[in-house]
Write a protein that binds this ligand. Structure first.
Ligand code: FES
Length: 188
């Protein structure tokens, strides 16, 4: 299997394994498509862990290490966890002081939240690159698009037509809470 197909297959398994197969239409020809969701994140939603032992529990911003992204979902004020690929969010702490000033208002200190869905062909963007222009930036492993969390998810390189929309957040009672919906269209 070609390297690219392996990467896409790994992402597919992760999404399917996370129980959102009903929201991801299909992976056709190495492409995850049909980003589809019910209501997307909105003001007042709390960010909770997307997967793992803490799935469904609120993220602790103080536990986030610099450049170690964590996947999250929004939980509405009525306690409903918002489903769908469009509600998968990458939360990442940027190294101290490196956040571009114009994005500071939408961040909780050094912590930013952006859509985890690549704007090229809808792959999951949840890795930080370690080499070249990808170093220290969010890298889509499908076709190499790179996004900078220091600039609110702006596209730095690759075929993605635009950046990852940001989810404005603040810290409240030790949790991360959305102050508005995404700043732009999620996914493709
Ligand atoms: S899906 Fe193609 S670069 Fe992300």
């Amino acid at each position: 299997m070609a390297e690219e197909s392996k990467k896409i297959d790994r992402q597919r398994r992760m999404l399917l394994g996370a129980g959102i197969c009903g929201c991801v239409g299909a992976a056709l020809g190495g492409r995850i498509e049909q980003v589809k969701a019910a209501a997307t994140a909105s003001a007042g939603d709390t960010l909770v862990h997307f997967q793992g032992d803490n799935e469904g529990l609120p993220l602790d911003p103080n536990a986030l290490a610099p450049l170690e992204p964590v996947l999250a979902r929004p939980r509405s004020s009525s306690g409903e966890i918002r489903e769908g690929t469009a509600n998968i969010i990458t939360v990442i702490r940027v190294p101290g002081g490196e956040l571009e000033e114009s994005f500071a208002e939408m961040a909780a200190g050094d912590v930013v939240a952006v859509s985890a869905i690549c704007t090229h062909q809808g792959c999951l963007v949840s890795d930080v690159g370690t080499f070249g222009t990808a170093e220290g930036k969010l890298a889509c492993t499908c076709h190499g698009s790179i996004f900078d969390p220091r600039m609110g998810g702006e596209r730095v390189a690759g075929p993605a037509p635009r950046g990852l929309p940001m989810l404005p957040i603040m810290q409240e009672s030790g949790h991360l809470v959305a102050t508005a919906g995404f700043t732009g269209k999620v996914g493709v």
